[in-house]
Design a protein around this ligand. Structure first.
Ligand code: PRP
Ligand code: URA
Length: 208
């Protein structure tokens, strides 16, 4: 699974994910950490975006530079992916955002889709799926299937904490989708939570 699973070793990511896990971190700081981590991981995930040359005029002279040449689509999985999308939008204001609503059934752990307004055809160059938690991988695989049905071929996943079970499922079902993660944890517990993880990412962001 190695080369398409990027677990960041950046010191800022390691510092922030540690504070994110801490059960005493309150929702305000939790949301700020989610946003910071999303931006840091997006920088790594976007390193291959194509540029086109442009010229700007500084107060002193013409300067040859570049602008993003690719249309970026962000696909936050509700609820917990919301904070990640808002943070990345600040870096790439031109990105298009499509929200996808899924929740995990408490007993079966299967994802249940409740919101999807994606048109049949989506015109973009790269799709980035955002969800802080990759646990069983059920939610992420449903979203990648939704995107593949729309013939989107370049897809990446950014998550904050993953379990080996979710990573293996994504590698098996979608070996072409690279994963950008802040941490890869030990295992899932008997109720499908990532251990050590951080608890419920949606509840901790929104205090519900
Ligand atoms: C969490 C998380 C992922 C999903 C991961 O969402 O944000 O979407 O669980 O689990 P999986 O890999 O086993 O599918 P949840 O279903 O709790 O919904 P929420 O974001 O609304 O809290
Ligand atoms: N969803 C979460 O929010 N946390 C987990 O550990 C697993 C799924």
């Amino acid at each position: 699974m190695a080369e398409l699973v990027h677990v960041s070793s950046h010191p800022l990511v390691r510092d922030k994910v540690t504070r994110l896990r801490d059960g005493t971190t309150k929702p305000k700081e939790f949301r700020e950490l989610v946003a910071d981590l999303a931006r840091l991981l997006f920088v790594e995930a976007s390193a291959d975006l194509a540029l086109r040359p442009i010229t700007v005029t500084t107060p002193l002279a013409l300067s040859l530079g570049h602008e993003l040449a690719e249309r970026v689509g962000l696909f936050p999985i509700l609820r917990a992916g919301l904070g990640m999308a808002n943070a990345i939008l600040e870096l790439v204001p031109s990105a298009h955002v499509w929200h996808l609503g899924l929740y995990r059934d408490d007993v079966s752990l299967e994802p249940v889709e409740y919101y999807n307004k994606l048109p049949d055809s989506v015109d973009l160059d790269v799709a980035i799926v955002l969800d802080p938690m990759l646990a069983t991988g059920g939610s992420a695989t449903v979203v990648v299937e939704i995107l593949k049905k729309r013939r989107i071929s370049r897809i990446k996943f950014i998550g904050l904490i993953a379990a080996p079970e979710g990573v293996e499922r994504m590698r098996r079902e979608f070996p072409d989708v690279p994963l950008y993660l802040a941490a890869l944890d030990s295992h899932l517990n008997e109720i499908g939570y990532i251990v050590p993880g951080l608890g419920d990412a949606g509840d901790r962001q929104f205090a519900t």
